[in-house]
Write a protein that binds this ligand. Structure first.
Ligand code: DSN
Length: 431
């Protein structure tokens, strides 16, 4: 495309780096549980001229002219998302999962209100009340965690904490919890204490969309997710409800009518916590939701889950301590203490062999967040690339070889060569 902006030359510095990152993704094994590889058409939409358009407001109700086309784009994104999860309402504008959660907080909470979330150090998320995040600074956070023996959440303990603290909002969902959630039980707890129940399904959204895990939508008042993990879309967030309802806080319109939660949530996004929506990203979300509606994506999600079970079992068979002893979803959290290495050492050593993981706190960790005693691994990205169960057994074998030989440069180098050669069988970014 030629652009009438004379004097602007190609930014080789940045595009060379993008090519370098392309090569990194092409040659290595990507096990970060929150990452995935989007399709060329998702990238095309994300890099499109829609980036030029301001569109504050919602489809049909904008503060700018010229929004006819982006109105259609955004409405398609909303409609596809509604079809994917059987919803009555969705907002596709949040720039990220944390932004989606922030909009929910603004809609449901007053500063200082109590919230109850899953402990970050047990696998929760920063935006669910961590003291270093705005959610923990502006609201009063309480937490539930997992049991030391089982690595599982004890719902009776969640109920006891909720009964003692009476939070206005209960948050379920995690970044590093490999088991399914009892949304019906959580709703029962929320109802008993008069709380709103929010599920953040950022990690397993793609599996939930295909009915492979418990469905939160009939039980949780509000559901948020990122769009780029198992959902395999562009980076971003959304807020969803299967059933809209009148807000229980007595908030009314200027004419005295009780406002619905959907109207409070729309306002929570804009003008509450964001300005103009990123319509190019919304277009990319629409493309990804369209892909997620296909049977191909169903097969993909089924394979993600199968691969994760094989991967977790393979780690257990090699003597690793997998928290909760396995997985229901796409990820596994591994306590490396029995192997005598830290998460930091594992991450730094594996990257030398072109295997990418992230160090992760494990429940009851005594190490710092920058060191950690564990690592988190997931199957979403490499399943997109085409790896099946037997390939994941091989992946675990290679991870183990590197970690067992973390001070042996020659072994690490040989694993790297093996991986680079192997990955040629799984090309990326093909049209
Ligand atoms: N940072 C994301 C993850 O890796 O799980 C969550 O926001």
């Amino acid at each position: 495309m030629s652009i009438n902006q004379s004097g602007i030359s190609r930014d080789t510095q940045i595009f060379d780096l993008i090519q370098k990152e392309h090569n990194r993704q092409l040659h290595g094994i990507e096990l970060i549980a929150s990452e995935n590889f989007v399709s060329p058409q998702v990238m095309e939409a994300a890099g499109s001229i829609l980036t030029n358009k301001y569109a504050e407001g919602l489809p049909g109700k904008r503060y700018y002219g010229g929004c006819e086309v982006v109105d259609e784009v955004e409405q398609i994104a909303i409609d596809r998302l509604k079809a994917l999860f059987n919803l009555t309402w969705a907002n596709v504008q949040p720039h990220s999962g944390a932004q989606a959660n922030m909009a929910v907080f603004l809609a449901c909470l007053n500063p200082g209100d109590k919230i109850l979330g899953f402990n970050l150090s047990h696998g929760g998320h920063l935006s669910h009340g961590s003291p270093v995040n705005i959610s923990g600074k502006y609201f009063q956070p309480f937490f539930y965690g997992v049991e030391k023996e089982t690595g599982l959440i004890d719902w009776d303990k969640v109920e006891a904490t909720a009964a003692a603290e009476k939070p206005r909002l209960i948050i379920c969902g995690a970044s590093a919890y490999s088991r399914d959630w009892d949304y019906a039980r959580l709703r029962n707890i929320a109802d008993k204490v008069g709380a709103i129940l929010l599920a953040d399904i950022s990690h397993p959204a793609g599996l939930i969309a295909k009915g492979l895990l418990n469905d939160p939508f009939d039980h949780c008042h509000i559901v948020t997710t990122t769009t780029h993990k198992t959902l395999r879309g562009t980076r971003g967030g959304v807020i969803m409800m299967r059933n809209d309802f009148e807000n229980p806080f007595g908030i009314t319109t200027a004419k005295g009518k009780v406002r619905t939660m959907s109207s409070l949530l729309d306002s929570g996004v804009f003008p509450g916590t964001q300005g103009g929506p990123l319509e190019h990203i919304i277009a990319a979300k629409a493309v990804a939701f369209g892909e997620a509606l296909t049977d191909d994506f169903t097969n993909y999600a089924v394979q993600v889950q199968k691969n994760a079970k094989v991967m977790a079992d393979a780690f257990v068979n090699k003597g690793y301590k997998v928290i909760s002893n396995g997985t229901d979803n796409h990820l596994a959290l591994i306590d490396l203490r029995p192997k005598g290495i830290t998460g930091k050492l594992a991450e730094n050593t594996l990257i030398q062999a072109d295997i990418t993981v992230n160090k992760n706190m494990v429940p009851f960790d005594e190490a710092t967040a920058m060191t950690t005693s564990g690592m988190r691994v997931g199957t979403a990205a490499m399943t997109t690339r085409g790896l099946k169960e037997n390939d994941f057994e091989r992946v675990v074998g290679l991870v183990d070889k590197v970690l067992t030989n973390h001070d042996n440069e020659a072994v690490i180098k040989s694993v790297k060569s093996e991986i680079n050669e192997w990955m040629k069988d799984f090309p990326l970014f093909q049209n």
